[in-house]
Design a binder for this molecule. Structure first.
Ligand code: CP
Ligand code: NVA
Length: 306
């Protein structure tokens, strides 16, 4: 069996490949808008395992497959044997003999690594507790479309050192930008990841300092999926870390605001920030569709001229 290529974190692709991916995503967006029919995934099947909720990820992957001539299967632990304790390695070996590519949203990152080890087809990380790389390709595409190259720019991450924050740290390395993270004590991202990226990632306690002159300001919910019981404790801990137009005014005059969504208005972000002209959240959400088509082209080997 040839070892398939997986996309579990942004580090699975080279900086050149990631750049090509976001350019291709923009091309695919233009093709779709112009009504061009393009079916590189004809007869291909995507298996989609969701152990957590999703709106954007599910709809973007499923639509991407349908628009490109293939099909997608939604698999939840509630109605598969995975939810009744069938080992991940067994599920991976069986599914990967029936479908062409698999995406998984789950809790422990180790679970997707195990799955990928046993899979005969490419596996995509559609969010784990530790990383959310698909969101980052859409975010980087969105920045490039609005402002050009992000290289040497400064990005401010305001809030929890969570899965999105970890993927922003990987993006800082792969896309070569500076990342300032403002978070309360006790909510820092993974220490080892920080150490490996210490020349481009800074931890601050003050959101104003992090946003000062930044070209992109990003936030995410204070309590991620699986942390619902910590909601109140986190609301208290993150007091003062809301992104709003007043905070955003400290950023560079051409700064953009992003949020992977869903957003909790009045918590990590104010209602008027989401509606502010500097906010590109709807383009960011839409780009999940185009970016994931480009990603699947690369993993399925249907990349044009290859
Ligand atoms: N941003 C994101 O992944 O959204 P969903 O949880 O709706 O898929
Ligand atoms: N950090 C959030 C992202 C949701 C897309 C979560 O894991 O719930």
């Amino acid at each position: 069996m040839n070892k398939p290529r997986h996309f579990l974190t942004l580090l699975d692709f080279s900086p050149e490949e990631l750049k090509a991916l976001i350019n291709r995503a923009t091309e695919l967006r233009t093709m779709l808008k112009s009504g061009e029919q393009y079916e590189p995934f004809k007869n291909k099947v995507l298996g989609m395992i969701f152990e957590k909720s999703s709106t954007r990820t599910r709809v973007s992957f499923e639509s991407a497959m349908v628009q490109c001539g293939g099909g997608a299967l939604f698999l939840s632990p509630r109605d598969t044997q995975l939810g009744r304790g069938e080992p991940v390695g067994d599920t991976a070996r069986v599914l990967s003999r029936m479908v062409d590519i698999i995406m998984i949203r789950t809790f422990e990152h180790e679970k997707i690594e195990t799955f990928a080890r046993y899979s005969e087809v490419p596996v995509i990380n559609a969010l784990t507790d530790t990383y959310h790389p698909c969101q980052l390709i859409a975010d980087m595409q969105t920045y490039a479309e609005h402002r050009g190259d992000i290289q040497n720019k400064t990005v401010a991450w305001i809030g929890d050192g969570n899965n999105m924050c970890h993927s922003y740290i990987n993006a800082a390395k792969q896309f070569d930008f500076q990342l300032r993270i403002a978070c309360p004590g006790g909510f820092e991202p993974n220490a080892q990841l920080l150490e490996e990226n210490e020349e481009r990632v800074t931890i601050l306690r003050n959101p104003q300092e992090a946003v000062d002159g930044a070209h992109l300001v990003v936030t995410d919910v204070w309590a991620s999926m699986g942390q619902e019981v910590e909601q109140q404790h986190r609301m208290n801990a993150f007091d003062g870390f809301q992104v709003n137009p007043k905070l955003m005014d400290l950023a560079h005059k051409d700064a953009l605001f992003m949020h992977c969504l869903p957003a909790h208005r009045g918590e990590e972000v104010s209602e008027d920030m989401l509606e502010d002209p500097r906010s590109v959240i709807w383009d960011e959400a839409e780009n999940r569709l185009h970016a994931q088509k480009a990603l699947m082209e690369m993993l399925l080997g249907t990349w044009p001229n290859t």
